[in-house]
Design a protein around this ligand. Structure first.
Ligand code: ZN
Length: 386
């Protein structure tokens, strides 16, 4: 979500009719892969990967208007490539705001918004041009529509029962999807919009994204603030509704506040760790320990700002470090595929990560946990029953 800035500025001047073509071109430029498929891995890694239930906590393909059911020659995620990568469950994230000049250090909410440009240029419904909640509704709708016309290849998960049924019946050639939102600005300052997101199928909410919002401070905002009074109410409302609280992009003070006031374990849906890659985007060992102690999940991303590297080995190093500090049962994958970042591989390349974890000496039972076992356990404990 960094390289998007310059490209989206250009979208403002495009006619709406050219929208989907232009959005596709932007996606091609910002969602690059460093190595293209097919991916070669050792027979041992391929065999182990085939036995895993893989799950990824964060990807943004809904932003780009691609047909999720078709194999695309660009970007990182679509159903055929998720299936090739052995993915059992993918969290599809909804993005509603991204500031001009986006960066990981300091972003001012008043500097203009790239998603407004994207919504206009993509020809999204007019309501989305001014409403972040409507942007969420639009992206949730495109996910649901894809699931409906997929003939069972993409299964929308909203409840524990959905997940259990899916896992019990899972054959090859299917993937489950769960909706999340990046940033509580999608609530537009109204508590009742928690319910609106729930009705759309959203089951995980990141409290902040790149700018401070009504709920609290972003890791990349200007205030460094924790939870606001509204944020406390949002936290309580999410927990009451059994919606998962996501601390990706949260300021350190916000993380502290949620760990203090929250009654349920939070997740960090996509992050790196300072132990292998020190910068503002990534979690300290102390944060890893405290989130782990609360029963939360830390989902490790693959892109360079998260890992300080460009390959599966760098992501594996971050995973191994997080497992050492917080425990293997607290670590997961949070790729940030299609998040306007270059990735070492697309979704079909996930066996490379299994191979890198094997090479770094992680025991097979721990690989099974971090590659997806923990996410599926967490969701089967935390989602609404039915
Ligand atoms: Zn993000």
């Amino acid at each position: 979500m960094i390289a998007l800035a310059a490209l989206c500025a250009g979208l403002l001047v495009m006619p709406v009719s050219a929208g989907s073509i232009v959005t596709g071109q932007v996606s091609r430029r910002v969602n690059k892969v460093r190595a293209r498929p097919p991916y070669e891995v050792s027979p041992a890694a391929r065999a182990l990967h085939g036995r895993l239930r893989v799950a990824d906590m964060h990807a943004d393909p809904l932003l780009w208007g691609r047909d999720l059911l078709r194999r695309n020659g660009h970007g990182h995620v679509d159903v055929p490539r998720l299936i090739d990568g052995g993915v059992a469950l993918q969290v599809f994230s909804i993005v509603t705001q991204a500031p001009m000049g986006i960066n990981i250090k300091s972003n001012d909410a008043n500097r203009g918004d790239l998603i407004t440009s994207l919504a206009v240029a993509s020809g999204w419904p007019r309501k989305t041009w001014t409403s972040k909640l409507e942007r969420a509704r639009h992206q949730a709708g495109s996910f649901e529509a894809a699931a409906e016309r997929s003939g069972g290849r993409l299964v929308a998960i909203r409840t524990r029962e959905d997940l259990q049924e899916y896992l019990a019946a899972r054959g090859t050639g299917t993937v489950a999807g769960l909706l999340s939102v990046e940033g509580a600005q999608a609530l537009e300052g109204k508590l009742e919009n928690v319910e609106a997101l729930y009705v759309m199928g959203v089951r995980m909410v990141g409290l902040t994204h790149f700018v401070d919002n009504e709920a609290g401070g972003s890791a990349h905002g200007t205030s460094g603030g924790g939870l606001s009074e509204f944020g406390r109410q949002v936290l309580a409302a999410l927990e009451e509704r059994l919606m998962i609280v996501d601390l990706a992009h949260a300021s350190p003070a916000l993380i502290d506040d949620v760990l203090k006031h929250g009654k349920t374990p939070p997740v960090v849906s996509h992050t790196g760790v300072r132990g292998t890659c020190p910068n503002e985007r990534n979690l300290t060992d102390d944060q890893l320990k405290r989130i782990g102690a609360k029963g939360g999940l830390i989902s490790i991303g693959f892109w360079r700002i998260a890992t300080c590297g460009d390959d599966a080995d760098a992501a594996a190093r971050a995973i191994v470090h997080a497992a050492k500090v917080a425990g293997a049962s607290r670590v997961a994958l949070g790729s940030d595929f299609d998040g306007a970042v270059a990735q070492p591989f697309d979704a079909s390349g996930l066996p490379l990560l299994t191979e890198a974890l094997l090479e770094q000496g992680m025991p097979e039972k721990d690989i099974a946990l971090v590659m997806g076992g923990n996410v599926l356990r967490f969701l089967s404990e935390r989602l609404p029953e039915r």
